[in-house]
Design a protein around this ligand. Sequence first.
Ligand SMILES: Cc1cc2nc3c(=O)[nH]c(=O)nc-3n(C[C@H](O)[C@H](O)[C@H](O)COP(=O)(O)OP(=O)(O)OC[C@H]3O[C@@H](n4cnc5c(N)ncnc54)[C@H](O)[C@@H]3O)c2cc1C
Length: 369
Amino acid sequence: MTTLTLPDFSKPAAKQWKAGVDDTVVCVGIRQETHDVKTFVFRSSEPRRFAYHPGQFLTLELQIEGETVNRCYTLSSTPTRPDAVSITVKRVPGGMVSNWLHDNLKVGDRVSVLGPAGEFSSFSLAPDAPKYLYLSAGSGITPLMSMSRAHVDISSNRDIVFIHSARTPADVIFARELQAFSKHQSGFRHAVICERPGADGDYAGYLGYLTAPMLQLIAADFKDREIFCCGPGPYMTAVKNVLQNLGFDMAHYHEESFSFETLTATPVAEPEVVAPAAGDGTGGFNISFTKTPLKVTCTPPKTILAAAKEAGMRFPSSCAQGMCGTCKTKMVSGEVEMKHGGGIRQREIDQGWILPCCSIPKTDVVLDR
Ligand SMILES: Cc1cc2nc3c(=O)[nH]c(=O)nc-3n(C[C@H](O)[C@H](O)[C@H](O)COP(=O)(O)OP(=O)(O)OC[C@H]3O[C@@H](n4cnc5c(N)ncnc54)[C@H](O)[C@@H]3O)c2cc1C
């Protein structure tokens, strides 16, 4: 097993970890959080400090069964403890990467990562808000936990109410840490809502889904709070309905979706006017794939990802804004206009990789997928 050099805490801060330069991290710890959730802790192979907004994510790039796959995972750790980062991963039934991480990643393994990226952070979006309401469900707890850990570590003494929803008490991730925060940190309160009591015959907490009366009971002053919400799509839709029906000013509501199928149809940047090169004769271009017998027509300013998804192709993607790298694909031939947001390295672009979510074809394109 690799033994990494310890940081020298007596010296001024160690160098910063830089994505693109230090692009691998080493797994230094694994914790089982619940029956289907594990936390993986990483350090840089040389002592390096990680800088990020609580709530940002890393994109892991893994080789699984001969394929390169990318997935985003929020840093559940806090930047106030900068020498290591952690991600907390829930198994998704039938999911490729979450199950691979649970079953294969070992302490000492190196992982290629990109980031940190993402906009979802109360520290950057509403740093001056005096009161927060953090709402999460399932693995959506990770960004809110990172934000809470940061507040606790710097004793910000902000007024935070954290409401987490889970299937059963056994599914509550970070249950003990949340209890400790509520007990010891002034201004921090948390509540858990479980769909059902599960095997816990003594469970006496909130049952069901978050409802308007429940919200009013737990945080009567919710209208004075800046709200940050993360969880499965149906959960966030239900939360928004509750808030809108209660007259909450949605300008103070922020959310992040982990949903696999999230796709912003809007192109990232104003596309350049492109002259049809080959295409379908109507200004559209043919997009074809080496491993999928599907031909897609993509008419600028539509992105290749949007066109492929509209044609019914299952195409892994997350942010749809060129930031996370989940959809990264090798372009076998063709030319695209790509305006990315940091989700791809220059050397990858030089090798012919593109992010279809922010690429608009300038010619017919063949992708290795
Ligand atoms: C910004 C961001 C942050 C995230 N943070 C976290 C986090 O902190 N923790 C966390 O656990 N997750 C997080 N996620 C989710 C994570 O990125 C993955 O999407 C998740 O782990 C599932 O990936 P997977 O490879 O296991 O599943 P996938 O292989 O992507 O499969 C997803 C689902 O699709 C189904 N499926 C697979 N193949 C097919 C097919 N051919 N046809 C139809 N259906 C199919 C699977 O059965 C499964 O239900 C985050 C996502 C984003 C975008």
